[in-house]
Design a protein. Structure first.
Length: 402
């Protein structure tokens, strides 16, 4: 029996020729058109209380190609068109499983321009990638090679708002192996003053990349508003705005990758708080700072890297009073305004608000782990209390039921 490896995507930048860029742009447009047509067909069938699956939309695609109006669909590779129908099927599966909202139509201006090729739609030999309908390989910049002997199963080509072209290879990576188990556990409290506060007392500064480039971004946006809609100068100004956003995003993602990799390598168990960021960003005063901190992306990275390397991530209930609970004696304070960063308990212990919260999260997370709860513990468990409350511990004593 062959050993299974982690599937991992390697993303590289490439520089297409004029003909390649035109072919890929046509492919992006056709993918978007087919996706929207299939979604419209499935939505119409849904109103008639009928279900249309992937096989039915694939048959529709064959019929669309034979019409005079949509004959241009034959000019591009059929592989990305079939893949977008599979993506639509996955979107409906998530919708019926109540894991996502109803699928939305793709927009030419706002949606991500991408096309996915399976093995029948590309040729990868000797480090050179040639896509279907193309005669020359893509000019890819290789800052790091693919794993030795790796055979890409899918290739995704995309273009971001700043006009940069990227290609992503999905391969089985034998280099990703579980790390040696340790007995270290850590509680992580996210914030805005400091991006992370650990139960060890360490505080990670918040780089605030969006705030650093806010003046540059505002200047570029002002220039964009002065341009006439539909003009070539407006297109250039829009690209300048997109480049500033791309610079912010790239620096933030690079910092989060380095930070999460270090935390996963050093600790066996990592405890975080199960925050609803989508609700928190509705606060108009804090939305910009919360978005700049990118707590959701931090958690996503932490979880999939922990799965790669055999670590455990525990999310404690968002209503757990980690800031108001004394980690020394377990006394629960009645209230704790956000402007209070240091407080003294009745037992005489003085706490840093964030460090105390991280310690309480660690204690509650270990209780969750002992009770067998999952990464996202449920608050409403029929017939019993939340897993956070089941195991008596010093840091969780005296907490009222949620």
């Amino acid at each position: 029996m062959s050993e299974t490896h982690v599937k991992r995507a390697y993303k590289y930048r490439f520089y297409p020729t004029g003909a390649q860029a035109a072919e890929l742009s046509r492919t992006f447009g056709c993918v978007r058109k087919v996706y929207n047509l299939a979604l419209a067909a499935r939505t119409e069938a849904w109103t008639r209380q009928q279900r249309v699956n992937y096989n039915a939309t694939s048959a529709m695609l064959t019929a669309w190609k034979k019409t005079e109006e949509l004959a241009y669909l034959n000019e591009v590779s059929s592989v990305p068109l079939q893949q977008c129908l599979r993506h639509l099927q996955a979107a409906f599966t998530n919708f019926f499983g109540k894991r996502a909202k109803y699928p939305r139509f793709k927009s030419r201006k706002k949606s991500r321009a991408s096309a996915e090729y399976t093995t029948s739609g590309f040729r990868y030999r000797d480090g050179k990638l040639t896509l279907a309908k193309m005669t020359e390989p893509l000019d890819i910049v290789w800052p790091r090679p693919l794993p030795e002997g790796a055979a890409p199963s899918t290739v995704t080509v995309s273009q971001d708002a700043a006009g940069r072209w990227f290609v992503s290879f999905l391969v089985e990576d034998p280099t990703v192996q579980p790390l040696l188990a340790t007995d270290t556990a850590i509680g992580i409290d996210v914030g805005l003053g400091h991006l992370l506060t650990l139960s060890t007392g360490e505080k990670v500064a918040n780089p605030r990349y969006e705030r650093r480039d806010r003046v540059r971004l505002a200047r570029a946006q002002r220039e964009l508003t002065r341009k006439v809609k539909g003009s070539a100068n407006r297109v250039k100004a829009r690209l300048r705005v997109a480049r500033v956003h791309a610079r912010i995003t790239d620096r933030r993602r690079d910092h989060l990758h380095k930070l999460t990799t270090r935390l996963v390598r050093e600790n066996q168990t990592l405890v975080i708080e199960d925050l609803t960021v989508r609700n928190m960003v509705k606060n108009r005063k804090l939305a910009r700072a919360i978005s700049d901190a990118s707590w959701t992306e931090f958690r996503s990275m932490l979880e999939y890297k922990a799965a790669w390397y055999g670590r455990e991530v525990i999310a404690v209930d968002r209503f757990f009073p980690s800031s108001r609970l004394c980690s020394h004696c377990g006394t629960l304070q009645t209230k704790m305004p956000l402007n209070v960063r240091t407080w003294t308990c009745d037992c005489g212990m003085t706490h840093d608000r964030d460090v105390n919260a991280a310690k309480n999260l660690l204690a509650a997370g270990l209780a969750v782990s002992a009770c067998g709860a999952g990464v996202r513990p449920q608050r409403r468990t029929p017939g019993r209390q939340s897993a956070v409350k089941q195991e008596p511990q010093r840091a969780t004593a005296g907490i009222p039921r949620l």
